[in-house]
Design a protein around this ligand. Structure first.
Ligand code: F6P
Length: 327
């Protein structure tokens, strides 16, 4: 196959996500299809600055799709934020003969790719974060696995909360976004879901749904709190205890949501996105971000993508509100 680029560097950056390995595998195998060499950069932009790399071939990525985490490690780099760091990273690319980069991560990863595009690299970003908070894509790698992990934990919690007739307050990840909380809340039939995108009204959004559930006969309750909600799960639990005298327990799911065997959805999305990234570079495109629009794989100019905004799914929130308190 003809290609406009000859040697691609691939790296993962920001919070890791289940499915990143499947994306790496797809980039490597797609490079081989197009006759392009592929170099793995370890530890994101930190690794680019320090020249931390390894050659990747067919065997390097064999069997990694089913493994969580990222074989290339990930890191957040303060040095790369400075021009000097960006120039060092570009020098590494020059030394290694890289004429293109594929960065798998979030918005910060894409902003970094733009800096390297200014240094002459062809670049494409792939959305990889469990938060699903990248505006140009309806789906980000890791989201489905993280939601299923959280749901499995919440189902276990409900067993013991039912036995002891308690109220469970569960904090899920999402940094500043409530997508995980909302999706998991709908799936588990939560009594209430609190997200940072909505103004916080404890009485209306928390206490009243609990009262409605109690009036409906429930004796145990599940409240899902996105980590970006002001005060977090412990403040929500205090509000519940103060208003209802319910026996309440807090569970912070934390980084368990970032691990695990990637689901089919994450492996498939990662594989298609990895192929699309290499296809675009082989066709001479640059400064693009791969995304999903419904079930379709699309791509946008990085600068345009970074200007986009993404709120909660307009259909999910009303449904969740309508059903809270009714299991
Ligand atoms: O961005 C993914 C994410 O898991 C967020 O949901 C979470 O707030 C953050 O990363 C945690 O970052 P770290 O792994 O650096 O503690």
């Amino acid at each position: 196959m003809n290609s406009a680029v000859k040697r691609i560097g691939v790296f993962t950056s920001g919070g890791d996500a289940p499915g990143m390995n499947a994306a790496i595998r797809s980039v490597v195998r797609s490079c081989m299809y197009y006759g392009i060499e592929c170099i793995g950069i370890r530890r994101g932009y930190h690794g680019l600055i320090n020249g931390d790399f390894l050659k990747l071939d067919f065997e390097s990525v064999s069997g990694i799709s089913r493994r969580g985490g990222t074989m290339l490690y990930s890191a957040r780099s303060e040095d790369f934020k400075a021009k000097k760091g960006q120039e060092k990273a570009a020098a590494t690319c020059k030394l290694l003969g890289l004429d293109a980069l594929v960065g798998i991560g979030g918005d910060g990863t894409f902003r970094g790719l733009l800096c390297l595009a200014e240094q002459g690299l062809s670049v494409v970003g792939i959305p990889g974060t469990i938060d699903n908070d990248i505006a140009c894509s309806s789906y980000t790698i890791g989201y489905d696995t993280a939601c299923n992990t959280a749901l499995e934990c919440i189902d276990k919690l409900r067993d013991t909360m039912q036995s002891h007739e308690r109220c469970s307050v569960v904090e899920v990840m999402g940094r500043h976004a409530g997508h995980v909380a909302l999706n998991v809340g709908v799936a588990c039939g939560a009594t209430s879901v609190l997200v940072p995108e909505q103004p916080l009204n404890y009485e209306e959004d928390l206490i009243e749904p609990i009262r409605q559930a109690r009036l409906g006969g429930r004796t145990n309750f599940t409240v899902i709190v996105a980590e970006g909600v002001q005060g977090g799960a412990y403040e929500v639990a205090r509000q519940i205890t103060e208003a209802t005298a319910l026996d309440t327990r807090v569970t912070i799911l934390g980084h368990v949501q970032r691990g695990g065997v990637p689901t089919l959805r994450d492996r498939v999305a990662a594989t298609y996105m990895g192929y699309e990234a290499v296809r675009l570079l082989a066709e001479g495109k640059t400064c693009r971000v791969i995304g999903m629009k419904g079930d379709e794989y699309v791509n946008y100019d990085i600068k345009e993508a970074l200007k986009m905004e993404k709120g909660l799914d307009p259909q999910t929130y009303p449904v969740m509100k309508a059903l809270t308190g009714i299991d």
